[in-house]
Design a protein around this ligand. Structure first.
Ligand SMILES: NC(=O)c1ccc[n+]([C@@H]2O[C@H](COP(=O)([O-])OP(=O)(O)OC[C@H]3O[C@@H](n4cnc5c(N)ncnc54)[C@H](OP(=O)(O)O)[C@@H]3O)[C@@H](O)[C@H]2O)c1
Length: 263
């Protein structure tokens, strides 16, 4: 029930890519902590289903169909969120896509698409939300980057480039926004259970001509904790970064990866 734990009581949160996966887990945790959530994604039916589910938990939930790579659509979405909620206390830039390819196999259009969603999407939404946060001298921005934003991975050059850009933006914006009491941090997960991991496992099964089960085991066996991360574990970190408890933390990119990466 909202308000049960109440770390985000009466806060208004805009969460991009809130219909599925990690974004949905974050939305649920935020609602459980007392926040009102405004979710966006491209697919309307998943958004509707998630909103219904969260309303049953007891939250105030609004949804908006928008593609974060479309600057005009993002401006309309943020206008609607501000009209409905009056202000946005928390922005979670979570929407993202992945398309594994060898570098020479990407079409320029595919590379552009990944940059446009994963990096320019963050830029569009952040630029649209920041003026009202700066005016109020208050805000929390949580960017969903990845361990891919801190290291290199085979056949992931577009994704890793986009996530390095998100980490870079987080660092710079954290510095610029500190005088406005706006915290800007990134979460860097590795291998979170869900559709993105399923498609990566499928890619490596095909590349290495092994079964999906073997491909999955190849990846998890390299993790010190021997498993993928759960979306709820990422959501718990997002709650911390969105709450007053993290007021002294900004410009950081926190890895949640079972010890895979130590920076
Ligand atoms: N899963 C992992 O292992 C992992 C690891 C590290 C980082 N991440 C990052 O975590 C974030 C969430 O990943 P996930 O695994 O939860 O992905 P997911 O299950 O595929 O969910 C992605 C969400 O983003 C939305 N979305 C995708 N493209 C969008 C666009 N152009 N505009 C607006 N919404 C869009 C999707 O809805 P629609 O398709 O309907 O738009 C969906 O709600 C991503 O940024 C991802 O890169 C994931």
């Amino acid at each position: 029930m909202p308000g049960l734990k109440g770390k985000l009581e009466n806060r208004n949160a805009l969460i991009t890519g809130g219909s599925r996966g990690i974004g949905k887990a974050i939305a649920r945790s935020f609602v459980e902590e007392g926040a009102n959530v405004f979710l966006c994604a491209r697919g309307e039916s998943a958004l509707n289903e998630t909103a219904e589910e969260l309303r049953r938990v007891g939250g105030r939930v609004s949804i908006h169909v928008a593609d974060v790579s479309d600057r005009g659509a993002v401006a309309r979405m943020v206008d609607q969120a501000l009209a409905e909620f009056e202000n946005i206390d928390i922005l979670v830039n979570n929407a993202g896509i992945m398309l594994p390819r060898r570098f020479m196999d990407y079409t320029f259009e595919e590379f552009d698409r990944i940059m446009n969603v994963n990096f320019y999407g963050v830029l569009h939404v952040t630029r649209a939300v920041l003026p009202s946060m700066m005016e109020r001298k208050r805000g929390k921005i949580v960017n969903m980057a990845s361990t891919a934003g801190k290291w290199g991975s085979m056949n992931q050059s577009a994704y890793n480039t986009s996530k390095h850009a998100v980490v870079g933006l987080t660092r710079c914006l954290g510095l610029e926004m500190a005088p406005f009491h706006i915290n800007v941090n990134a979460i860097c997960p590795a291998g979170v259970e869900g559709d993105e991991i399923d498609s990566m496992v499928e890619h490596w099964a095909k590349e290495l001509k092994i079964t999906k089960e073997q491909a999955r085991k190849n990846i998890t066996s390299r993790s010190p904790i021997g498993r993928f991360v759960n979306p709820d574990e990422v959501a718990a970190l997002a709650v911390y970064l969105a709450s007053d408890e993290s007021d002294a933390m900004t410009a950081q990119s926190l890895s949640i990866c079972g010890g895979y990466l130590m920076l």
